[in-house]
Design a protein around this ligand. Structure first.
Ligand code: HEC
Ligand code: HEC
Length: 204
């Protein structure tokens, strides 16, 4: 009699154990592959979202005024053509008597409507104009990662460009000029998030 109670109990125990084991095995298969240390996590949504922040900065006057579609830099928050029409020239540093550094000093000139300063103040060169003006977010994202159009920069150099002198100049624009829409720290964070998640371009 005792035996008849003993076996079903054992069977229930075995079946329960088996079920728990199966649940553990199945949930293990269901789990995503854990990220390893060097895993490049390419999250296209995070990338594109970050680029919308980056794009707002690139298209702000502090940046776009030096990345014009023509050969004359732009001025002001309305990005009008630079007065006296200094031209790009082959190296981006101006032509003849209208060299950028004739007027743009190493530091901002005090006062309103005075030239912003930087020792390296110039436009991108004629053979690599790096135009921002008029570009959609899709077009600009594609251009920025293309070494044939971004100044022959690889990904590491592109990342480093967040702290470039002329990029930083955008946040030290001189009296009376508006700042880019987000802080440099926020810009850098978005720039890195965009690139490290695969530098995806927003839909055209
Ligand atoms: C005084 C003019 C000037 C200003 C202002 C300026 N840039 Fe540039 N920018 C340049 C020049 C010149 C180059 C090319 C130099 C190089 O590639 O090293 C360049 C290159 C770049 C590049 C790499 C080229 C590409 O298309 O991939 C990026 C990105 C960039 N600038 C972003 C910015 C941002 C962001 C701002 C504003 C916060 C800004 N720039 C403001 C002159 C300027
Ligand atoms: C004859 C003097 C002169 C020369 C040459 C000159 N600039 Fe300027 N630039 C100025 C003055 C003055 C301002 C400020 C005007 C204002 O803000 O109303 C200015 C403003 C600018 C701005 C606007 C900055 C901003 O954030 O809005 C850019 C960009 C610029 N210059 C680029 C250049 C480049 C590039 C060259 C060379 C190709 C150059 N400039 C040559 C006098 C000059």
């Amino acid at each position: 009699m005792a035996k008849r109670y003993y076996w079903p109990k054992k069977a229930i125990f075995l079946i329960t154990t088996l079920l728990i084991f199966m649940v553990i095995v199945m949930s293990a298969f269901d789990r995503e592959v854990p990220y390893t240390k060097d895993d490049q996590t390419h999250d296209s949504i995070a990338s594109v979202t970050a680029f919308t922040q980056v794009y707002k900065v690139l298209m702000s006057p502090r940046c776009m005024n030096c990345h014009p579609s023509g050969d004359v830099p732009l001025q002001g928050d309305d990005s009008h053509l630079h007065t006296m029409l200094p031209r790009r020239g082959k190296d981006g540093k101006g032509l003849y008597a209208m060299k950028c550094t004739n007027c743009h000093q190493p530091e901002n000139t005090p006062g309103v409507r005075t030239p912003p300063g930087n020792a390296n103040w110039h436009l991108p060169p004629a053979d690599m104009k790096m135009v921002f003006q008029g570009k959609t977010a899709h077009e600009l994202a594609r251009q920025l990662v293309d070494p044939k159009r971004n100044g022959r920069k690889n990904m590491a150099q592109l990342i480093a460009h967040a702290d470039d002198d002329l990029v930083l100049a955008g946040w030290n624009p001189g009296e009376g000029r508006t700042l880019p829409p987000i802080s440099h720290a926020e810009f850098k964070k978005a720039w890195l998030t965009w690139i490290r998640n695969g530098a995806f371009a927003p839909a055209p």
